[in-house]
Design a protein around this ligand. Sequence first.
Ligand code: NAI
Length: 680
Amino acid sequence: MTDSTAQEHFTLEIDADNIAWLTFDKADTGTNVLSLDVFAQLDRHLQEIATKRPRGVVILSAKPNGFIAGADITSFTRVTTEQQALDLLNTGQDVFNRLEALPFPTVAMIHGFCLGGGLELALACRYRVTRDDPGTRLGLPEVRLGIHPGWGGSARLVPLIGAIKAMDLILSGRTVDGRSGRRMGFVDLVVPERHLRGAARKLVMEAPPPCRPGFIDRLTNHVLVRPLLAGVLRKQVARRASRLHYPAPYAMIDIWREYANNKPAMLRAEAQSLAQLVTGATAKNLVRVFFLQEHLKSLGKDKTYQSRNVHVIGSGTMGGDIAAWCALRGFHVTLQDQSPDRIAPAIARAHRLFAKKLKKPEQIRAAMDRLMPDHKAQGVEQADVIIEAIFEDAAVKRSLYETIEPRMKASAILATNTSSIPLEELTPALKQPERLVGLHFFNPVSKMMLVEIVNGASTAPEISSQAMTFTRQIDRLPLPVSSTPGFLVNRILMPYLMEAVVLAEEGVPPALIDRAATTFGMPMGPIELGDTVGLDICLHVAEVLAGHFHAEIPANLRQLVADGKLGKKSGQGFYSWKKGKAIKPKPASGNWNLEEITNRLVLRMLNEAVSCLREQVVAEADLLDAGMVFGTGFAPFRGGPLNYIDAAGRDILLRQLRDLHTLRGERFTPDPGWEHLFES
Ligand code: NAI
């Protein structure tokens, strides 16, 4: 590990009242994070402060975006042995223990991010004062990276606010603002920005009693309560994640149950358990997913590109939700359809979205004001971005483009949300085909982070780059893909869905097929996914891609669609649906081989992933893995399909694929890309 002590990360000032102000401003970066060299300097400053015996010390950040965002994740990626991890953890614990032991008031003065190691540092202070705004976020989100706190986060939070509230924060990884932190009992003061310094000063000068747990909070850590509560917590976690795939939350519960009233033992257990986790496969893959996300974000960073007005054409399932999402993110949006009554349901849906996300009436009103129904298409002339989401019909789309192109601003982007039509079939309608790009959103827009940026043969690079920046501006993740049938995500997903349909046709109970996929780590089984997306849409995409898959479309799918059994939206598909939930009958016991079912589903998906990489649908393997994780929820703890092939062993999987080819036929033909996979 490098130790760049040459660069100063802190400044120390002692004011006229003898208060020490220690300002953290990590060199060469816009965000404060904790690393070995930061700990070394912090320790040096704390020793200096201790000898000067000030009235108190306030730790604050000079970064506009926040206090401390957590550990420098690259410190953990460089760790290869448990001992290295333990050294890093013990170093941090020692410094925080010394901070906690200072014999005068210590205050963490918090604005913006105060996450992971940042909150652990703040918890080692006697007081915490935060800025009063929704952008100030406190939390211990380590479980999202497959780990848990290791610098005393749980050992200090659990006794401070009790196990129920502390475990809620730690096991969910969710963040809260200062007010919630105060209600929960670990924030002392919440004040507007202009009073932050004054409030920190007051805490030092007056040294009031710090936060203390109430009776009930203390009771949650009682030796007789812990076994019961641990059982409840494990059950809650099990609903979201299995111990096999996500060991961190379970390890955290075990540590708390064993050591809740013994801080030194809990600190030791935190570090030992975390050292194991951080060197394990789940954490490595979740950290990989974190960096994949950062990589996608970095693709949309063209600072010179500004956009303000969006015009969406088609106010159906997708267009309506895209328009609402853009308005929610601050854009001025006009929404066009064939008539006002077609637009009205989308506006009502948008209101529900704003009410859920914004809560404050004035903000909801402002968002509604930003979304204008526009059946006369008056917004076209002002729009910086035009998003077309009308029927999936190339001729209809082309004739629409002919009418709007002459009215578009010279600088405007024209984007289509088509899910299957190659851009080359649409550009003949345009005088400037280089302006057309695909912005392929996924349903539901408000939940799915990924947007495929579809580059046709004539799409101009700057239009593609602007489309990626726009995608970031609406807080989505752009994935550049080539304009080939199904693009990336649907193309890889479809063979997996179709194999599930074949299995159902063979008589395997749908709930068992879904269980095979969720046990592998998919967020939802393929049968439930098909029903949720709509079986008519699945059939349509399958038809577009049929040529690729060496496989007939299963007759049961065609039959269900012909019978109007479209899934969730019609109340009946493979499953019956009640109140938005699939009724899954318990699978009758049969002679089903769950492992073979999983292999059939997963190998078809992996085979298509290899095919997409070979055909360069995306430029590199990491982009493919990122697309599948953020576009489908592909088991994040496996780090993406290609990462999984690498970990499980290419040769082993290829052999299984060949066996299935012999046994089950053409659709399992190994793609030629397997032969040269991972050869650089
Ligand atoms: P939809 O049928 O729900 O909505 C289409 C809307 O476009 C209708 O309200 C219709 O009145 C309007 N429209 C049709 N022609 C028009 C015209 N000339 N001018 C103005 N409005 C017109 O369709 P959906 O599902 O929203 O799909 C729209 C596009 O998004 C399609 O290209 C589809 O392939 C794509 N897509 C759909 C996804 C889905 O899950 N539904 C996912 C991703 C992409």
